[in-house]
Design a protein around this ligand. Structure first.
Ligand code: SAM
Length: 347
């Protein structure tokens, strides 16, 4: 039965929630799903892998997400905030490594308001880099000002489309507000990235299937899927980690149903299983976000324990990645990696 569903997804890029859930629940379908997703990836976005240099510029956060090591109640977190000139220096280094895009990611840190962040964005833009922000929820006016200062993409995962679960795991936050942020970003003309955590305690396969329909309805430009990894310093510290194989099936289904999207092979995957990044790149992903944060700050940006590549330098990450890609018959894409809209007839 699942062979027919995979064929349909590969041809039509449409499945209903029950069909997606059936594939997510079939470990036996995994390699077939991955192969179909890899064909669709090749047909729609090609063999180039886009590299986005990740700068983790603050681990200070006003939020209390039960799964996240940056939550404000975590007293063990060694907090830091990179100074503006250091952020620009890392961006310049990223450009030197050949990266065309930097992703500025941080907790929801009120220090980094629009007035402080805008000059940093202008300086980075002047380096010729495309800027992706991943700084959580802001007002539409703030998103607009940040766009005017030079940001053109924004990553804001919905985390889960199970409203009740979302509001339980993200106390004080509302699912409607998260959706409103995504709608604002879309209205303002950002390239919009979203995504979910796989394996959150209490999450159903049906809700994961619903997540993919949500990404389709949003017409997401980027979709980041990562397994939940328990952090001992959070209330979910004793929960089981997300299933890496289920996460892989989820990535493949995202590729089949959003064929043009940019899909990263996430660090969380590599953290749970060394070598998983290559497996995800062969199962639909076409983006890697090498960390360009330097020194001890890499360790201190501790969403979860055991983060992959923490001890490597940005230079080592870059070299090993190029090697890994060429062994897979893939290459580093030379353009900035904006989503290319193509009709099925073009492919
Ligand atoms: N504050 C911003 C936001 O909310 O989008 C960006 C930073 S936040 C730390 C980035 C992402 O980390 C979240 O969207 C979440 O999916 C992921 N994350 C947090 N805790 C995690 C965990 N324990 N395991 C895996 N991913 C986690």
């Amino acid at each position: 039965m699942w062979q027919r569903l995979i064929e349909k997804a590969e041809k039509e890029h449409r499945l209903c929630e029950g069909e997606i859930a059936a594939l997510l629940s079939s470990p036996a379908a995994e390699e077939f799903l991955a192969a179909a997703a890899d064909r669709v990836r090749k047909r729609y976005v090609g063999d180039g892998v886009h590299l986005r240099g990740l700068i983790e510029f603050s681990n200070i956060c006003r939020r209390s997400c039960l799964y996240c090591g940056l939550r404000r109640e975590n007293e063990k977190a060694e907090r830091y905030r990179l100074p503006p000139e250091e952020i620009v220096r890392l961006a310049r280094k990223a450009r030197g490594y050949g990266y065309k895009t930097v992703v500025l990611q941080g907790g929801e840190d009120s220090f980094w308001n629009v007035d402080r962040l805008s000059p940093v964005l202008r300086e980075i833009r002047a380096l010729g880099l495309v800027i992706t922000l991943s700084i959580g929820e802001c007002s539409e006016a703030e998103y607009r000002a940040l766009k005017e200062a030079g940001a053109s993409r924004f990553l804001l995962r919905i985390e889960t489309t199970d409203r009740e679960l979302y509001e339980r795991l993200d106390p004080g936050m509302s699912f409607a507000a998260r959706c409103a942020c995504l709608a604002s970003l879309r209205r303002l003309g950002y390239e919009v990235g979203t995504g979910s955590l796989v394996g959150l305690p209490g999450q159903s396969v049906a809700s994961l299937a619903h997540d993919i329909l949500f990404f389709q309805a949003l017409d997401a430009d980027m979709v980041g899927i990562g397994p939940f990894i328990p952090n001992g310093e959070t209330p979910l510290g004793k929960a089981a980690a997300g299933d890496i194989r289920l996460t892989r099936r989820m990535v493949s289904l995202v590729r089949l149903l959003l064929p043009e999207a940019n899909i990263p092979a996430t660090t969380a995957m590599e953290t749970l299983a060394r070598g998983a990044r290559a497996g995800i790149l062969r199962a639909g992903a076409n983006v890697v976000m090498p960390n360009v944060t330097e020194g001890d700050f890499r360790r201190k940006y501790a969403l979860y324990p055991g983060k992959a590549y923490v001890r490597d330098t940005p230079e080592e990450c870059r070299l090993s990645l190029r090697e890994e890609l060429s062994q897979m018959g893939r290459f580093v894409a030379e353009d900035a990696g904006f989503r290319r809209r193509r009709s099925i007839e073009d492919t």
